[in-house]
Design a protein around this ligand. Sequence first.
Ligand code: HEC
Length: 113
Amino acid sequence: MNAPTFTKDVAPILQKNCQSCHRPGEAAPFSMLPYEETRPWTGAMKLAVKQKLMPPWFADPQVGHFANDRSLSQKEIDTIVAWVTAGAPKGDPKDLLPEKKAVANSKASIAAH
Ligand code: HEC
């Protein structure tokens, strides 16, 4: 099996679970947009998802009702861990989902608070 890549396997997970905070202008200390900003943090990300430190379990008022939807499935954790272990390959840019969706979702969550 090929190692997971950022554009194909990891980015959709980050969009869904992480980027509401890990984006420019939000509370988290680093951005997961784009790949180049994410790359230096992959070691910390592997630890954080393995130990279930991230995403935070507490109900952040900024993301309100999304709080319960954010925890990672075991499969998503395995994907991130396998990706970092493989050296966090970027993959084919063509695989990347349009960012529009993630932006639209997080706009909604900001508007709600
Ligand atoms: C609710 C907002 C929020 C979400 C969602 C979130 N984070 Fe974070 N993250 C933070 C904040 C705030 C910090 C800095 C404070 C801290 O370390 O607790 C942080 C810190 C981190 C750090 C740095 C820890 C260190 O070693 O200093 C990593 C790595 C990280 N997050 C990964 C992730 C990953 C991976 C996801 C998605 C699976 C995620 N985060 C989702 C808010 C968030």
